[in-house]
Ligand binder design. Structure first.
Ligand SMILES: C[S@@+](CC[C@H](N)C(=O)[O-])C[C@H]1O[C@@H](n2cnc3c(N)ncnc32)[C@H](O)[C@@H]1O
Length: 242
């Protein structure tokens, strides 16, 4: 990292800390600063990972796996225990035509559409070998909208219990529209959680893969040896073959 940027970054960190611990500062300012600090910390780890860019080789890759670490895979994420701490919005740090299989679930909705999302799908295409496969899984936006539209309280309760039961936000689920908002936006004040930027259905995932050049596209049948089993309910998985 250049000296100037390093100095500015450290000033941002120090000054933010003063504001965050002050009782005078407003909720809005603190919330924005927490988001800024998240990006700052991401930038720092990303810069140190940059040095190793392009030197790695891997046949099986997982992106955005979080705690769902896959043995035998190169796990890439912005948080430990990943093998490579890397901000995928900046591309995938692997060589052209070098990977056989990429797996990613409940990650895509956490990056902005269209710039980062389309770049990510194109990067998957770039690093895959011919006949290589990508599988992308996301929360099922269609199922959520249908449940809301039909006032299917049983389905909504199931969603809320399965996905949000360990969260404070459950206290703020008062009517079904709150469920839809969590599904689409997930703007939790808890810094542990990253917001959702975009929602997907099967059609949208397929169109993203088609646009990036994948020749064969279809619905992936969940393989419990790879997928996080807690995602089984309410998720959709689409594969693309290069
Ligand atoms: C909701 S978690 C899903 C974790 C796991 N795939 C699962 O289904 O349990 C989203 C993951 O995406 C990762 N992530 C978010 N933005 C990222 C980025 N720009 N680059 C790499 N990983 C990112 C987060 O750190 C987190 O581990």
């Amino acid at each position: 990292m250049k000296k100037n940027i390093k100095r500015i970054i450290s000033e941002i960190e120090n000054k933010s800390l003063i504001i965050l611990t002050s009782s005078e500062a407003t909720h809005g300012l603190k919330r924005s600063l927490r988001n800024l600090l998240k990006e700052v910390s991401l930038f720092k780890s990303h810069i140190s990972a940059l040095k190793k860019r392009g030197r790695r080789n891997s046949t099986y890759v997982q992106i955005g796996g979080g705690n769902h670490y896959l043995d035998g895979f190169l796990n890439i994420d912005i948080v430990p225990p990943a093998d490579v701490i890397w901000d995928v919005r900046e591309g995938i740090p692997l060589k052209f035509n070098s990977v056989k299989f990429i797996f990613s679930e409940h990650f895509l909705e956490h990056i902005d559409y269209p710039v980062s999302v389309k770049k990510f799908v194109k990067e998957c295409y770039r690093v895959l070998k011919r006949d290589g496969k990508v599988v992308i899984g996301v929360p099922d936006g269609e199922l959520a909208v249908r449940a809301y539209y039909k006032t299917d309280n049983k389905m909504i309760d199931r969603f809320m219990r399965k996905w949000y039961s360990k969260r404070n936000c459950l206290n703020h689920y008062n009517t079904p529209i709150d469920f839809l908002n969590y599904h689409f936006r997930d703007q939790d004040d808890n810094e542990k959680y990253r917001p959702h930027f975009w929602a997907y259905d099967r059609k949208k995932l397929k169109s993203l893969l088609k646009e990036a050049g994948f020749r064969k596209i279809g619905v992936w049948r969940l393989d419990p040896r790879i997928a996080n089993i807690k995602r089984k309910f309410g998720s959709i998985y689409i594969y693309g073959i290069k």
